[in-house]
Write a protein that binds this ligand. Structure first.
Ligand code: ADP
Length: 422
């Protein structure tokens, strides 16, 4: 009985393998690409596509490299006539329906006969980049540029090249073009409105200083001249005014610093992170000793950055590590690890920690998880840190568990030896 069952199972298994291979065969048959099926896909795919014969282009670029030119980009930049000559050797074989629509052409022939008209002066550096990619042996290249349609409208496009070696050894290139004009407009609007907001924050915080100074100085004057005539209740009110004005001054200073960051030019130089940490430790020696804290650092790199801005990053993170301490003696460890072309720098403390819900929120302006009564602060420090890290093309995040400390990690682009020596 048992053996009969086993046999029938294996038979079923065999049958299903057979059925599967039959269906697979059928599928393969249906998918087989003949010239007509290829044509149909190429024409109707909802993405602008061109196909070009690229054999001579690739041969010419390789010949430049083989002739001993080390820096192909510098060579092509210095010889625009060579780029024009190479460009003339690409033969556009076909464009699809979506490309005709995108380039506002009347027909395939119209577009094929007028492709040179779609180029703008700014398309040229993009084309040069694609030749450099060919020289580097890259089969795939992608980038953004602007072109002109045949009706004269300027459009932003994302263009991707894929070079394919044919069975006969010739080279073809398939170009996919996506219209990103709308996305670009939104990006530009966003940049403009961010700039306006920064300007507004700068002007507002700058102008707020004046009335605040008046409040402060008159409150002090009142205290000095009439303090002894006032009862303790009135003196308490006066103290509240001075404290409030002081707090507002701190907020304004932080806001000003944040908005100035967005306006400062990006001037990067080699910066030794260990030196910055030393400077911060020197300036916070008092609080470190008072807290009985131990701050250690190890293996910190030299990177390209803005010295005073990076100092603010370490100052804020170390300061927070001291401020948000738990019952244990504070221990802050600063370390770095290489990750491809980046350094990941971490500032780890053994303080009170942050719960999952607040790990992103704390990097926004004025966001504080812990009350002002418990820990002083304005909630701007981490917003400043984030902005600086992003201005250095990096990102920042926190790993933490409540009661077990926090590890603030941020990335910075590694500087090459040549950049450091320059
Ligand atoms: P501030 O320190 O002025 O409050 P920050 O922007 O530096 O402002 O920090 C925002 C909030 O993030 C803090 O109020 C605190 O709740 C939390 N936080 C920051 N650093 C730490 C840390 N090392 N440990 C625990 N919580 C932290």
């Amino acid at each position: 009985m048992l053996s009969t069952t086993t046999t029938s199972m294996s038979e079923r298994k065999h049958m299903s393998t057979q059925t599967k291979s039959e269906s697979e065969q059928k599928r393969e048959g249906l998918l087989a690409i003949g010239p007509e099926r290829y044509k149909q896909i190429f024409e109707s795919v909802p993405l602008s596509m061109w196909e070009e014969e690229y054999t001579e282009v690739i041969q010419d670029v390789r010949a430049i490299k083989e002739s001993g030119v080390d820096d192909v980009r510098a060579y092509l930049e210095a010889h625009p006539e060579v780029v024009a000559d190479i460009a003339s050797k690409a033969i556009i074989l076909d464009v699809n329906q979506e490309a005709i629509r995108l380039y506002e052409a009347d027909s395939k022939e119209h577009l094929l006969g007028s492709i040179a008209r779609t180029f703008l002066p700014e398309t040229y550096p993009f084309y040069l980049d694609s030749l450099v990619a060919v020289a580097n042996g890259e089969a795939h290249f992608s980038g953004e540029t602007r072109v002109q349609t045949l009706k004269g409208n300027i459009i932003n496009i994302l263009l991707s090249y894929l070079t394919m070696t044919q069975p006969d050894g010739s080279e073809r290139v398939l170009l996919c073009i996506v219209d990103i004009t709308h996305r670009k407009q939104i990006e530009e609007e966003l940049t403009r409105s961010n700039r306006e907001l920064e300007e507004f924050a700068y002007v507002a915080s700058h102008d707020l200083q004046e009335p605040l100074r008046t409040i402060n100085s008159y409150a002090k004057l009142l205290e000095r001249r009439n303090g002894k005539d006032l009862d303790s209740k009135a003196n308490g009110y006066l103290q509240k005014i001075t404290d409030g004005a002081q707090r507002m001054q701190t907020l304004i200073n932080d806001l000003l610093m944040l908005s100035r960051l967005g306006q400062a030019p990006r001037v990067f130089e080699p910066v030794a992170c260990a030196q910055i940490v030393e400077e911060v430790l020197d300036s916070t020696r008092g609080s470190i000793t008072k807290a009985g804290a131990q701050v250690t650092y190890d293996n910190l790199p030299t990177i390209l950055g803005d010295h005073s801005q990076l100092r603010l990053v370490f100052q804020n993170l170390i300061g927070n590590g001291l401020k948000f301490r738990g019952s244990e003696t504070p221990h802050i460890q600063i370390a770095a690890q290489r990750d491809n072309d980046r350094w990941v720098i971490s500032v780890r403390d053994n303080g009170i920690g942050i719960d999952d819900d607040n790990k992103e929120v704390i990097f926004a302006m004025f966001q504080r998880v812990h009350g002002r009564g418990e820990y002083p602060g304005t909630g701007i420090g981490l917003a400043i840190v984030k902005k600086i890290v992003e201005r250095h093309d990096g990102r920042i995040w926190v790993e933490s568990e409540v009661g077990k400390g926090s590890n603030f990690c941020f990335t910075l682009r590694a500087a090459g030896m040549a950049e450091i020596a320059a």
